[in-house]
Design a protein around this ligand. Sequence first.
Ligand SMILES: Cc1cc2nc3c(=O)[nH]c(=O)nc-3n(C[C@H](O)[C@H](O)[C@H](O)COP(=O)(O)OP(=O)(O)OC[C@H]3O[C@@H](n4cnc5c(N)ncnc54)[C@H](O)[C@@H]3O)c2cc1C
Length: 382
Amino acid sequence: MEKAVKMKTCVETIERNVCTGCGACENICPVKAVFMNTDREGFWYPDIDRQKCIECGRCADVCPVHQETIAIVSDRYKNIPLIYAAWSLNEEIRYHSTSGGIFSELALAILASGGYISGAVYDKKQRVKHIVTNEKGELERIRQSKYVQSDMENIYKEIGSLLKERITVLFCGSPCQCAGVFQYCKEKHISLDKLFLIDFICRGSNSPKVYRKFLNELEEKHQSEIKKVWFKNKTYGWNRFSTRIDFDNGEQYLQDRYHDAYIRGYIEENLYIRPSCVCCKFKGLHRMADITLADFWGVHLDGHMQDSDGGTSMVMLHTEKGKKLWKAVQDNVYQVKKEIDEVIAGNICFENSVEHGANRDKFMKDLDAIPIIENIERFLKR
Ligand SMILES: Cc1cc2nc3c(=O)[nH]c(=O)nc-3n(C[C@H](O)[C@H](O)[C@H](O)COP(=O)(O)OP(=O)(O)OC[C@H]3O[C@@H](n4cnc5c(N)ncnc54)[C@H](O)[C@@H]3O)c2cc1C
């Protein structure tokens, strides 16, 4: 019986359609037998090198969609969380953030206390990956939502090493990535008391291949390499957010949410989110995070309505640790207490996974055959 358990591996026991591609299995493997490969749609999945595998089963145990992990998540929160509508009082931070800039305020508090922060950045080729840093200058790169799945590379190992040295780490990522970090530490018997987990209400992770094709096409059109990608740019305000892309040759692509093909294919037609996102296990209160952030869509702010188009964050405090961190930034934020019903009313993704779009299969079938913007636009309704 014991032998049968030991022979389990991530690839064999975890159904492919629920695998989130978080990479915790690759990080925990003691013999480097697990490695992430991309499929035809551009999503990461673990593969196992049978020559190296010692069948220890740790890759299955660390998997955040493993049944036992789901049970821990479900059990974690018994209380209704504290909720705020909030934004950073620093206008520069708020403008350059996706919603109200609350992530940056929390990150600054951790850095000031000598801790490290971890989040998603663009590298020189505009690929999106997670980094860990204690440099304040890197916060600018971590700030802002990148609407593509972020590569976690060796992040679990790096965070684990810092925590073992009793250094504070604030990790921000999707709910499934947070569950991966939590589960990695648990499997490695690393104490969680110095770890702050921040997740966000998540619509889903887009295919890195679709994202790359979109950028390639724009580079071709503008005859220049891309210098900077900026999703949810606030040139036309937070509600009418835009995609802004700056090129080396000084040209700029700026399209609002009603005209940018990439964002429309994501939020209107659900053409290229990861298969596991349609059956996400980390919705509602079933998450590992100490704090959940989001755009507070539809927020009522009475006398402050006119201010809200600068971006308003939804801040949900789940744990005592989360509440303590929130207290540390009190002087730097504007905040109004809110109830959970208002969050749910404006943000369907808090509780529900989105469904694959009706045309997803057709879109993916022609992924390599048709130019990407043309492929997206043929399914847009307006
Ligand atoms: C893929 C994705 C889907 C989202 N879906 C929704 C949604 O449906 N509804 C909603 O209200 N909010 C959603 N958000 C969250 C929202 O966009 C803001 O991130 C959140 O409101 C925090 O904003 P902020 O101004 O406090 O901080 P910001 O500065 O915007 O903070 C962004 C933080 O998110 C992390 N991050 C950015 N991109 C990624 C990525 N690709 N993968 C993992 N971590 C990343 C960064 O590391 C940083 O820590 C989503 C975010 C992402 C990345």
